[in-house]
Design a protein around this ligand. Structure first.
Ligand code: ARG
Length: 575
């Protein structure tokens, strides 16, 4: 906990002044606090101060310093200090630590760990960013959930967040799709089947175009018609978009994901002039085989040129990203703009970030590619071509169904089984997705995701429900005065330690754009609660002990719920 650490820093500062009067430039409490470490072994205490940091200033060996300081620190209500080699180890006073931690957690309720850190700052998050006329498949799960989680984390830290679904709604494929629809499509079928039917038409186009290449020209003509704003082309194109968004909305509803903006690639179509003009004015645009490019000094940067305009004057993915960044900077004045996109697009982002830098915008530094690894399903890599596509809606619905079966076995008398099955099934998928560091490749497996043991969504949710159940049963005892000495055992202390680290974990997750920090934190919290629960009597303890252990249970429940919220999961009270 921050203020425990700080208090220890202050103790060291004053001990230093007592031991070394007259020495100039002794470190401040703040500096000392920064040096404090968490020892690798519990036997070494709760915090350790590495005295070698001071050897040079004091012309003394670390053990000597540690032993002098140990003699000078005296604050038994807070901690005990012991020299161990070159370290000064601090052992917190357990009762005081318990009381202070619980007071902090319980005062904050479900906002424990929230802060005003980001007050006045804006973070744009570009995530999910689906492609029009394509079905939402499991390959888009990570961007959606990492984005959603980071958005909640930044919100929680007081930032203003803007969640942007940068739709993939531009490109010649939409001309082809219109062409296919005009030839073989049927309004009622498309209306009814949505993206599934659009996909069928698109595949059909490619099959037919192999036999009859003239279709490609026809497709290009239709795309030109979209570019020119032709009425019929636009109305079909917008209809395809609506259908896609309608289908995806069902998935977003299941996942609880929302956006502030759906401005996609097409939105920037009339904002390209500015990009081209600026690049020209800044002498960055060069012609290469008829195309316009920005040279990125490949020798130095290792990056090939960034393609801005094709021979025929058409813009590219990168051009639209540059236009979008300029527009977002004007519109939102972001302090950071995050792009939650697979690591395969690494070069693309490095290239156009470099273009922004070359344009002289200092905020190129605030553009961050939050990359993530690949997902496979039951050991099979995903490939649309080989037919191993796993559609997200089907995955989520079957997660719910499988969860329902388990619940029917485990708790047949549960009232709102259907609702809980949704929370548990979807939660299991989200947890599995956000469990490992984002850059790792992951394999989704039903057995692992839905297990109630080990590190899974159901395990964490179940622990939360267990806390709720203890608290429900406790209602009959009313208010009792807590006796904090009842929380002196190792299990309670470990749980308190996990709780005390929660706020820093939230910040760490934000700093590293890493939702898995929260997944890990909430899992450790649950493990610690379950140990505490098995090792201690709670309801049938003495009144003072009971009150203290119930307060600890309530604190754990709140923090678990908050942690789940921050990774995008719900927390059922019974399951
Ligand atoms: N639609 C793209 C895809 O599915 C992702 C877009 C990411 N965002 C961006 N601004 N480039 O691959």
């Amino acid at each position: 906990m921050m203020d425990m650490k700080q208090s220890i820093g202050e103790l060291i500062e004053s001990a230093l002044q007592d031991c070394y009067p007259g020495v100039e430039n002794l470190p401040s409490a703040q500096e000392v606090t920064g040096y404090l470490e968490i020892p690798p072994e519990k036997e070494m205490g709760d915090y350790a101060f590495p005295c070698f940091k001071l050897s040079r200033a004091l012309h003394m060996g670390p053990p000597q310093i540690a032993s002098a300081l140990a003699g000078a620190v005296s604050a038994p209500h807070l901690c005990e200090a012991k020299q161990q080699g070159g370290y000064l180890n601090f052992f917190l006073n357990r009762d005081n630590f318990a009381q202070k931690t619980l007071e902090a957690v319980l005062a904050a309720g479900e906002r424990y760990g929230a802060s005003e850190l980001g007050k006045g700052k804006t973070v744009c998050l570009d995530f999910s960013s689906i492609n029009i006329a394509k079905r939402f498949h499991i390959g888009h799960l990570s961007t959606t959930m990492i984005g959603q989680s980071l958005r909640r984390i930044y919100d929680f830290l007081g930032y203003r967040t803007v969640a942007i679904n940068h739709l993939g709604d531009w490109g010649t494929q939409f001309g082809k799709l219109i062409c296919a629809y005009k030839l073989w499509g049927d309004q009622a079928t498309v209306e009814q089947k949505g993206v599934e039917e659009l996909t069928r038409l698109y595949v059909l186009f490619h099959e037919e175009a192999e036999k009859n290449p003239a279709l490609e020209d026809e497709g290009r003509r239709w795309f030109k018609a979209i570019e020119d704003g032709d009425e019929e082309a636009m109305s079909l194109f917008n209809w395809f978009k609506e259908l896609t968004l309608r289908d995806t909305q069902r998935v977003y509803d299941l996942l609880g994901v929302t956006f502030d903006s759906y401005n996609g690639e097409a939105f920037y179509n009339d904002k390209m002039g500015r990009v081209i003009d600026e690049l020209k004015a800044k002498n960055l645009l060069t012609l290469s085989e008829g195309a316009s490019i920005v040279d990125l000094d490949e020798e130095k940067t290792g990056m090939p040129p960034c393609l801005i305009l094709k021979k025929d004057g058409a813009t590219l993915y990168a051009t639209r990203d540059i236009a979008a960044a300029l527009w977002r900077k004007d519109e939102y004045d972001f302090d950071k703009c995050l792009y939650v996109v697979a690591y395969q697009q690494d070069l693309h982002f490095r290239q156009w970030f470099k273009v922004i830098e070359k344009m002289g915008y200092p905020w190129y530094k605030d553009l961050v590619h939050v990359a993530f690894g690949m997902i496979s399903y039951e050991g099979q890599s995903l490939s649309t071509r080989k037919g191993h596509v796993v559609y997200l809606e089907e995955l989520l619905l079957s997660a719910k169904e499988k969860a329902l079966k388990i619940i029917e076995e485990k708790s047949p008398e549960l009232e709102n089984k259907d609702e809980v099955a949704r929370q548990v099934g979807i939660g299991a998928v989200i947890y599995a997705d956000l469990q490992a560091g984002r850059i790792k490749d992951i394999d989704f497996s039903w057995d692992r995701a839905l297990s109630f043991d080990g590190e899974t969504g159901p395990y964490v949710q179940y622990t939360h429900a267990r806390c709720c159940s203890v608290l429900r049963k406790a209602a009959e005892y009313g208010e009792e005065e807590p006796d904090y000495t009842a929380l002196g055992d190792d299990y309670a202390q470990e749980l308190l330690r996990q709780l005390s680290r929660f706020p820093e974990a939230v910040k760490d997750a934000a700093d590293r754009y890493e939702p898995s920090v929260m997944t890990r934190t909430v899992t450790e919290l649950c493990k610690a609660y379950n140990k505490f629960y098995y090792e201690n009597r709670i309801l049938n303890a003495e009144p003072g002990e009971r009150a203290a252990r119930l307060r600890l249970t309530l604190a754990a429940k709140n923090a678990i719920k908050t942690g789940l919220y921050l990774i995008g999961m719900e927390a059922p009270e019974r399951m």
